[in-house]
Design a binder for this molecule. Structure first.
Ligand SMILES: Nc1ncnc2c1ncn2[C@@H]1O[C@H](COP(=O)(O)OP(=O)(O)OP(=O)(O)O)[C@@H](O)[C@H]1O
Length: 474
């Protein structure tokens, strides 16, 4: 029993006892992220990040579909994908805790460190290695019909010391779909949502979006790795529930010029293009030119790859598989596994700071049912836990009642993704070969993003880097 200072007492769920809490490491749209160490004999001391998902305001807990889909994420095994090692459900309030491999760095912090502390660019080897690994992870997701939908620097993690030092891990994949990527955070925790990595077709209201939305985000991240500054920093209009964000679109058009039907024939079908075409066409955009912003020679392989990622027409935008084959990755410096080392002898070694940990924070708000509700805990990596299996069973039973047409867990033809159900979170091939979402999720769900409070952002070159009203996430 743990007294929480009020008259109410909280019971710690049994599963929590397998971890030693180190502190809080961040806060995002869906909840808090904690650093813990495993107390299990086989993994004693191993660092693990636990993401605690807050209850929605409706307090409806974790939906059966979400539980099932999260369990399926455990099947995603790839070197460049953050491993979901465990799923815990707090039965008291049906809140959810996901345990992931811990990564010491993320690109948000790596970029910030260069911009604010070092004031010099990342070496070419690092940029190329980071980009290659992002594409490699994304290619795996896309070839298994998963669209990330929320790629941004804070979701691109990089491992610290150890066997996997400098290896990129894509985090948060699948969650935007599972939690329906609300326009606003579930709880009003002051986390600011970013629209900077959002593809133009999303901003114009596309109904059937594709893996190309992730490639747009990768293009934005590539440019940011080169310049240390977000490429398209639009200001979100929070007054509208629809995806049309004029300021963000204008930021894009100013750099890439007006989109035209010639460049992008299906533009005419997009709802917010139809309703805003005259307004957009009446504006003049200076067309400042991407190449001067990223300071790449127009004929360079790097610039060619970047422009293919930032192609307006999603059907023409380069895919992750094609990008991995691009000439940029076949020229020196060749990309490597440890991205955070100097590209050449004599180049400066950069010591990226460890992730700050707020040691004063506890797993707050943990409530648990009476101990008799807890089955034996058996939740180490690789096992479907007793608790979660029980939750799954309950969830599935509920779901069967709610939705008898829901498919059962099916085998997936995509190798290691065995067990995924193409009817649930994953995307299927449409007749046209265009990946489409299932289950009526046809409206694009704008990306979410929180930014940490900039505590030392004094460099005048980057003074517009932080969005207004930003909030520290830990
Ligand atoms: N496995 C992990 N290891 C270490 N740090 C992590 C891990 N997962 C997330 N973080 C860090 O915790 C912080 C919050 O992450 P979280 O994913 O909740 O929010 P976010 O990605 O910043 O934004 P969003 O609100 O879209 O989720 C970020 O700094 C993120 O890099």
């Amino acid at each position: 029993m743990v007294a929480d200072g009020s008259t109410k007492q909280r019971v710690r769920p049994e599963w929590l006892q397998q971890y030693e809490l180190m502190g809080k490491i961040g806060e995002g749209t869906y909840g808090l992220v904690y650093l813990v160490r495993s107390k299990q004999p086989s993994h004693r001391g191993m660092k693990i990040a636990i993401k605690k998902f807050k209850q929605s305001k409706e307090g409806d807990g974790v939906s059966p579909t979400a539980i099932r889909e999260i369990m399926l994420l455990r099947e995603c095994i790839h070197e460049n994908i953050l491993k979901l090692i465990n799923v815990h459900i707090n039965h008291g309030d049906m809140s959810l805790y996901l345990a992931f491999d811990y990564a010491e760095h993320d690109l948000y912090e790596v970029i910030r460190h260069h911009r604010e502390k070092l004031s010099f660019a990342m070496n070419q080897y690092t940029v190329k290695s980071l980009l290659w690994q992002i594409l490699n992870g994304l290619n795996y997701l896309h070839s298994n019909w998963i669209i990330h939908r929320d790629l941004k620097p804070s979701n691109i993690l990089v491992m610290g010391e150890g066997d996997e030092q400098g290896v990129v891990k894509i985090g948060d994949f699948g969650l935007a779909r599972i939690f329906q990527a609300p326009l606003k955070p579930l709880c009003d925790n002051g986390v600011v949502v970013t629209i900077w990595y959002r593809a133009p077709e999303l901003l114009l209201g596309v109904k059937h979006y594709t893996t190309a939305v992730d490639m747009w985000a990768v293009g934005c991240i590539f440019a940011e790795l080169l310049t240390l500054k977000p490429l398209f920093q639009g200001v979100e209009d929070k007054s509208t529930p629809n995806p049309f964000q004029l300021d963000q679109l204008e930021k894009i058009f100013k750099v890439l010029g007006h989109p035209t039907l010639e460049k992008w024939p299906t533009l005419a079908n997009l709802p917010h293009w139809q309703s805003n075409r005259l307004l957009i066409q009446s504006r003049k955009y200076e067309n400042s030119g991407l190449c001067s912003i990223v300071q790449l020679p127009p004929k360079s392989a790097a610039f060619d790859l970047l422009t293919r990622m930032l192609e307006y027409d999603p059907a023409k935008r380069i895919t992750a598989a094609q990008a991995l084959e691009h000439g940029y990755f076949r020229s020196d410096p060749m990309p490597g596994r440890n991205a955070l080392i100097p590209g050449q002898p004599g180049e400066k070694v950069v010591n990226y700071p460890a992730r700050p940990v707020d040691h004063s924070t506890d797993f707050d708000g943990v409530t648990a049912p009476p101990p008799s509700h807890f089955p034996p805990s058996n939740s180490m990596p690789g096992n479907a836990t007793g608790q979660v299996q029980q939750s799954m069973t309950m969830a599935m039973q509920q779901q069967r009642v709610q939705n008898s047409s829901m498919g059962a867990l099916g085998a997936n033809p995509q190798g290691s993704m065995h067990g995924m159900n193409a009817n649930s979170m994953f995307i299927q091939r449409g007749n046209t070969g265009i990946a489409q979402q299932q289950q009526g999720q046809l409206q694009p769900q704008p990306q979410q993003g929180g930014r940490r409070k900039d505590q030392s952002g004094t460099n005048p070159n980057y003074q517009h880097y932080q969005p207004p009203n930003k909030s520290r996430r830990m």
